[in-house]
Design a protein around this ligand. Structure first.
Ligand code: GLC
Length: 707
């Protein structure tokens, strides 16, 4: 390695550190090559593999490959990198990217689950480990964090983000970018720019038509938080917004991102989303699609090749300016320079496996997963388990490795997952812990043999492939006959716990109404079983809260806590108000809700002259635990209607029994303002109500006036 590096330094052109100088030396083809991202290089198998791989290396040597996604492995990426850095004319390094969404080899909870921890520091740490592991395999760029606000549980990719709230989403986006980019030699990617989660009907890739106000107040903020955190790249979304697909939308790619926000990184399309401009009916052909996207402000094309293949002709025709191509390449080279790719283009192959298998990473996965579990019900105090001697685990997720990793699990290996059954055996080595599946995600329910069990753990929910990309569901209950399995256990009279493993919020119906003990586990990742056992046993007191509302049924979707009051709010009068005739307006479980094995009191709310809100939280129970103190405001009357509540502060506090802590929430223009009718951020005079508590149902504490 040292010899190669030395050779590189000796021959590296002086301009390697001078982007403008490099640009001047690049041919148009070499510039268009930087704009091109390919996928899966070297994946070729079968009789033509050698020829295919050689053809790809030849393309690299000609400077035709700026970035490659889905190549993972120090040896492999080094092999391809050598073709660029040692055999191409200008030796511009390749940027290797991969979907490191919630961990790499060590898999952490899916992002929606991790968001339930309301723990930005924890999210930063898991992102940093994910970057460390994937970097050991030659990856220097992740296509994360996904920061799409999602209010519709039908949308499969709700699993990938931080839920329904822009304030929580912004805090976690900041943390994840800072985690991924810690040390500065690894790039994060804010995606999917923009409003991908607002797809009509919750149907993936579907049309989005939201107002500019909704964009600015709901969908933009987590992306702006990423820019403020120094995110190096953005990725466009597949959807259109108000008639213009994001990949060719100058308003979002240039007017907002560049001119308003001053973003200096580069923007990559989503997978073939340039080509899809033809399907949208925006571009007549590939050449037009390439032109429409780069002229709007796109910098790199993922997999489809319309810019690279048509760029020269478009310039000759005068439709595309050379300066536009230069600016895209400049942005890409700037990020490559920021990443130190000229100084360190290669990955040390020696530590790869030890990094991937670092036990400290597994320990973090276990802690992170346990901190993400939300206790929804514990009516009979079945939890924490009291030294059970005979535990029966039932359900399709009880002894299941593959599904507990969750969608977009990167390089996570199902064979390395601790199942719920194994986790309970680990925690209760002297107990009898057995398993009966009972049913799958479809098909009949078997009759269980419950005799002898002290307690039954019913592990139900979704298969991994029921959420994630292209996995929207029109019905969002427990799939198949799982509810019947729960009923069978319920009717037996045995003490039981329902553990939910799911990507999206589920409409739990009968289960929510009738089961006394309910623990939301999401997809907990590599250490799933140990983490769930930690909480079931009480070794860890659950302290997480829902980052997303759980609807009573799919008909309520989209449903979210920070809704508008409307002219006929449900509480106005008994009828002719905005309600359904067949279901209550309220969700099954609210944003910010979650129980504990102890109890807390939140009081002493005071608003200072500068509007800083302080409150005191006390552990009034007998067991140590965490509470998430939440501050909501309501701007009662404004020139634009305001939500009935808006989260404007949260803090997860760990307290021993009897202990108290005072928490402070500053309220300034950023927290109290909104976009007025002229789309200017403003704080208007008037009354602001203050709500402080442990969910979005927090009681009104006081109010203050802005003069
Ligand atoms: C996918 C996803 C995007 C991902 C990209 C590369 O279609 O939409 O989130 O990063 O392709 O895998």
């Amino acid at each position: 390695m040292k010899k190669t590096l030395l050779a590189l330094l000796l021959t590296a052109p002086a301009f390697a550190q001078d982007i403008e100088g490099l640009l001047k030396q690049m041919t148009l083809d070499e510039k268009l090559g930087q704009i091109q991202q390919f996928s899966d290089f070297g994946f070729s198998t079968g009789p033509s593999a050698a020829a295919d791989n050689e053809k790809q290396k030849e393309r690299i040597r000609k400077g035709g490959v700026g970035s490659i996604l889905n190549c993972v492995g120090a040896k492999w990426t080094n092999e391809l990198q050598r073709e660029a850095v040692e055999k191409s004319r200008l030796k511009v390094p390749i940027l290797f990217g991969f979907d490191v969404i919630h961990g790499h080899r060590t898999t952490f909870p899916t992002p929606l689950g991790e968001a339930a921890s309301f723990d930005p520091k924890g999210c930063e740490e898991t992102a940093a480990i994910a970057a460390k592991e994937s970097r050991a395999q030659g990856v220097r760029w992740t296509f994360a964090p996904m920061v799409d606000i999602a209010r519709d549980a039908r949308w499969g990719r709700i699993v990938e983000g931080a839920g329904e709230d822009a304030y929580l989403g912004s805090k976690l986006a900041t943390a994840r970018v800072q985690g991924f980019q810690r040390g500065g030699k690894y790039a994060a990617c804010a995606k999917h720019w923009v409003a991908y989660g607002a797809a009509e009907g919750g149907r993936d890739y579907n049309t989005v038509d939201v107002s500019e106000r909704a964009l600015r107040e709901v969908y933009f903020p987590p992306f702006k938080a990423c820019v403020d955190a120094g995110v190096m790249t953005f990725m466009t979304s597949f959807n259109e917004t108000a008639g213009i697909p994001s990949t060719a939308n100058r308003f979002i790619l240039t007017d907002v991102l560049r001119k308003e926000w001053g973003f200096r990184g580069f923007v990559v399309s989503d997978y073939e989303s340039v080509d899809e401009l033809r399907n949208h009916g925006l571009s007549a052909d590939g050449a037009e699609a390439g032109l429409d996207s780069i002229n709007a402000g796109l910098d790199m094309e993922m997999v489809s090749q319309h810019i690279a293949q048509n760029g020269a002709a478009l310039i000759r025709s005068g439709k595309l300016q050379q300066s536009t191509v230069d600016e895209a390449v400049r942005r890409i080279l700037r990020v490559k320079k920021q990443l130190g790719l000229w100084e360190n283009p290669y990955t040390d192959e020696a530590p790869e496996q030890s990094v991937l298998k670092d036990p400290a990473h597994r320990a973090l996965a276990r802690t992170s997963a346990a901190r993400s579990l939300v206790l929804l019900k514990n009516d009979k105090n079945v939890l924490p388990l009291q030294s059970p001697k005979n535990i029966l685990v039932v359900g399709p997720l009880g002894d299941n490795q593959a599904d507990l990793l969750g969608p977009w699990h990167g390089d996570g290996r199902k064979e390395e997952v601790i199942t719920l059954l194994q986790g309970l055996k680990n925690r209760y080595p002297n107990a009898t812990v057995t398993f009966q599946k009972g049913c799958d995600f479809k098909g009949p329910v078997e009759t269980l043999n419950l005799a002898g069990a002290d307690v039954v753990i019913v592990a139900v929910g979704e298969a991994e492939a029921m959420s994630g990309e292209a996995r929207s569901r029109s019905m969002i209950g427990l799939p198949g006959e799982q509810e019947a399995l729960v009923k069978q256990v319920h009717n037996s009279g045995k003490p039981y716990v329902v553990t939910l493993f799911n990507g999206r919020p589920l409409a739990l119906g009968w289960v929510a109404e009738n089961c006394p003990t309910l623990l939301e586990c999401w997809f907990p990742g590599s250490e799933a079983g140990n983490a769930v056992a930690d909480v079931l046993s009480g070794d860890v007191n659950p302290g997480a809260k829902l980052p997303v509302s759980f609807p009573r049924n799919v008909g309520q979707c989209p449903i979210y806590y920070n809704h508008k009051n409307t002219g006929r709010p449900a509480n106005l009068r008994p009828e002719y108000v905005s309600t359904y005739v067949d279901v209550d307006n309220s969700p099954q479980y609210r944003f910010g809700y979650g129980l504990s094995y102890t109890t807390f009191k939140i009081d002493g709310v005071v608003v200072a002259a500068d509007h800083t809100v302080t409150a005191t939280v006390t552990n009034t129970g007998t067991r140590e635990g965490d509470e998430v103190v939440q501050l909501y405001i309501r701007d009662k009357v404004a020139s634009v209607t305001r939500p009935v509540r808006e989260l404007r502060g949260f803090q997860r506090v760990a307290l021993k029994p009897g202990a108290s802590q005072t928490v402070k929430f500053p309220l300034g223009d950023r927290e109290l303002g909104f976009y007025d009718r002229a789309m200017r951020w403003t704080v208007e005079p008037g009354e602001f109500e203050v709500y402080v508590g442990n969910s979005s149902e927090a009681p009104k504490a006081t109010s203050f006036f802005i003069q």
